[in-house]
Design a protein around this ligand. Structure first.
Ligand SMILES: [Zn+2]
Length: 341
């Protein structure tokens, strides 16, 4: 079985990338805590998920060759739906330890970041993932102490997503042609290729716009009778020109006009968590700019492939879209801050 260590492994995708430069001296509570931690700010850890289910540790759920200062693995939640996300925290490892992670979630590339004397990873679950039991496995080789390994299970419960049928003109359909998507993707993937290795957000997230939700996350969309994939965010209708705010603090990693999503902003909140704001009438921020929670980033519009004035709001972990409303009023790291004091 192949394990990917958090120490640099040449040739592995993403493992030689540095994180995005984080803003300094922000004075935010969590960042201060992070700076006090004994771990240095090191490069992000890339974890490669194996696509093969059924690879297990021979020693069962937990095997400790040495129990001195054993790490602790926390996973939350243990039951969830497709389109939600997990937080995994490996507490009690230091930079000299070699740590490796695995999951049998399909097509998932994970990253972990140093956080509070451990490693943390946010893991998005694609809304098309089949329900069932999945695992996160971690193995740590500690200097002078030996091998420690653990596997935690979580259950993906079934969820029925609704469908939506749209009828649009051929001219409108041309806006989302394959070629136009490809052009947009090059900018989007570049913007999300790096993330700050500190959590930049502060507490629970805000809904970026007050308005009527007109399309749920994950719904199965048909355009002119043809299935056109899953809805990657939430649509919120509001009059043209209504101000849209950043759901939380972070760095604007994309602010430009794109063919399909029109005027678009993407904010990097750190730890591979991003939010996106699409079909805006205009942008009030620039790429590279630091934004604070609640700061205006644009106005509602209907630019790109849109059938009316609305905001498409997305939340992305790495490359996996999750329901952005899971973040509203909730801080994904709350439980671990409580658990680890
Ligand atoms: Zn949408």
């Amino acid at each position: 079985m192949d394990y990917v260590n958090h120490k640099k492994a040449p040739g592995l995708p993403g493992n030689d990338r540095d994180g995005r430069a984080c803003p300094g001296g922000s004075g935010r509570g969590r960042n201060e805590l992070q700076q006090k931690a004994t771990l240095p700010k090191t490069r992000a850890l890339t974890i490669v998920s194996l696509l093969l289910a059924g690879l297990t540790f021979s020693g069962g759920l937990s095997l400790c060759e040495e129990k001195i200062s054993s790490p602790r693995l926390l996973l939350e939640p243990s039951r969830l739906h497709p389109g939600q996300f997990l937080v995994v925290f490996l507490e009690g490892v230091d930079p000299d330890d070699e740590a490796s992670f695995q999951t049998n979630l399909p097509q998932t590339t994970l990253k972990a970041y140093p956080y509070r004397q451990g490693l943390i990873s946010l893991i998005g679950v694609d809304c098309r993932t089949p329900p069932g039991e999945y695992t996160i496995s971690v193995r740590v080789r500690q200097k002078d102490l030996g091998l420690w390994q653990q596997k935690l299970k979580f259950v993906l419960e079934p969820k029925t997503f609704t469908t939506q049928h749209l009828e649009v003109s051929p001219k409108k359909l041309e806006v989302r042609s394959r070629e136009k998507w490809q052009q947009d993707l090059s900018f989007i993937l570049e913007a999300r290729s790096k993330s700050c290795d500190l959590p930049l957000w502060e507490g629970g997230f805000l809904a970026p716009l007050k308005g009527r939700k007109t399309a749920d996350f994950g719904l199965i969309r048909y355009i002119n009778g043809k299935e056109a994939g899953r809805h990657s965010g939430v649509d919120i209708a509001a009059p043209n020109g209504t101000l849209v705010v950043a759901a939380n603090s972070g760095i604007v990693c994309l602010a430009r006009f794109l063919n399909v999503t029109g005027y678009t902003a993407i904010v990097d909140h750190g730890l591979n968590l991003f939010t996106s704001y699409c079909h805006l009438e205009n942008l009030l921020v620039n790429e590279g700019q630091e934004v604070l929670k609640g700061q205006e980033i644009g106005q509602v519009g209907s630019t790109g492939f849109a059938t009316g004035s609305h905001l498409h709001w997305g939340a992305i972990i790495g490359s996996i879209f999750v329901d952005p409303y899971l973040l509203v009023e909730k801080d994904p790291l709350d439980i671990f801050d409580r658990e680890t004091g």
